[in-house]
Write a protein that binds this ligand. Structure first.
Ligand code: PLP
Length: 387
């Protein structure tokens, strides 16, 4: 029987602490970038283990600034996965460089290091590994390729808060990383992002460019001119985070361990029950990683169903379960075909996974009953269409 109340695909967990802090900021005289943003940066940097953390207004902004800080621009090529949100590729274009998309590893849906290697030319300047769904990329191979070819490694850590690779946190594996605090991500500030790096020079450039290219130090150096004085060092962007956002972020970060534990618990429940449904393939976890379970995705096995993925999703919706699909491969979008010459058939692994994938709801606020309802709905639709 379908659920009475529809279970949304994603929902944030905002508690009393966040609300109290928000009221505090809104009643104060400082609501834009200020002391809470600074505090959030410090606590986030400590959590990741990176020397610097710079708050921005989105992960997209953070990725854009990371490329610019490294001096990447026209004439350069940047390699990334086709199996990501469009913004990972869009920022390469914003920087003026060429987006070089590559295919994925079937099981983790992360960048396939062999494909990365093949895609490198004398113009390649950087790799953007995307830790898909919260499963860290094969960083050992990717860092080796980067080292051999003198490439910058910019982690797209939008899904990766709390994920670990060989005991080290995502966001502290490459040269620089960008996290997302969009409403559906593992912690949220409504909209927001954070750049982490242990490189002093990259950190300083990101900071300056995130707020109009204004130097933070100018008024210290010229104190006799007063605190109104500033200098513009480059045509920066309006990418700063506000204290209203940081008020949420500080408390969300404090709950990260509980959030991750709950996500892991629900993922294990899904594994156990969904693995018994013959048409369903459950996600893989490689040894040596701690999965952040931002996404729980299933694949519908070939030849076992008399309906397609779209129909399967429609019937899950009718059962009261919200779902999504992560992602429509970047190379299938009109812009990337028309402007950069990609076409259907370019990346067969990503296309095959995309056509059979469904992202199921998985978030801390879900009850065990909610999770059971998801499992029951998948089983019901699967049994209805099994051949
Ligand atoms: C959400 C997401 C982004 C963009 O994050 P924003 O904070 O919304 O800019 C980038 N990459 C991936 C893989 C994402 O899922």
């Amino acid at each position: 029987m379908a659920r009475v109340k529809f279970l949304p695909f994603a929902a944030p967990s905002i508690g009393e602490d966040e609300i109290a802090e928000l009221i505090g900021v809104l009643s104060s005289d400082w609501i834009s970038t200020g002391p809470l943003t600074k505090k959030f940066e410090q606590e986030f940097g400590e959590y990741i283990g990176a020397k610097h953390a710079a708050a921005v207004n989105s992960c997209t902004a953070g990725l854009h600034l990371s490329l610019l800080a490294a001096g990447i621009g026209p004439g350069d090529e940047v390699v990334t996965s086709t199996f990501t949100f469009c913004s990972t590729a869009n920022v390469i274009v914003h920087a003026g460089a060429r987006p070089v998309l590559v295919d994925i590893d079937r099981d983790t849906r992360n960048l396939d290091p062999r494909r990365v290697k093949e895609a490198i030319t004398d113009k390649t300047r950087a790799i953007i590994p995307v830790h898909y769904g919260g499963h860290p990329c094969d960083m050992e191979s990717l860092l080796q390729i980067a080292k051999e070819n003198d490439l910058l490694v910019v982690e797209d850590a939008a899904h990766g808060i709390g994920a670990e690779y060989q005991g080290r946190k995502v966001g502290n594996l490459g040269d620089i990383a960008s996290f997302s605090f969009y409403a559906t991500k593992n912690i949220t500030t409504g909209e927001g992002g954070m750049v982490t790096t242990s490189d002093d020079c990259l950190a300083e450039k990101v900071r300056v460019m995130s707020l109009h290219g204004i130097s933070h130090d100018a008024w210290h150096r010229y104190e006799m001119l007063g605190s109104w004085y500033y200098e513009v060092l480059c045509p920066g962007f309006k990418y700063n985070m506000t204290d209203v956002q940081a008020a949420l972020g500080i408390h969300q970060l404090r709950k990260i361990t509980d959030f991750l534990a709950r996500r892991d618990y629900l993922a294990q429940l899904f594994h156990e029950k969904l693995s018994k449904i013959p048409v369903v393939e459950i996600p893989t976890v490689r040894p040596g990683v701690k999965h952040a379970w931002h996404l729980y995705t299933i694949l519908l096995k070939d030849g076992l169903l008399d309906c397609d993925r779209a129909e399967f999703i429609k019937e899950l919706t009718a059962e009261g379960i919200g779902t999504s699909v992560h992602f429509i491969p970047v190379h299938l979008h009109p812009y990337y075909q028309q402007e950069w010459g990609f076409k259907k058939g370019d990346f067969p692994v990503a296309e095959d996974v995309y056509e059979r994938l469904i992202s199921l709801p998985l978030y801390p606020k879900m009850t065990d009953t909610d999770a059971e309802d998801v499992i029951d709905a998948v089983r019901t639709v699967a049994e209805r269409h099994s051949v």
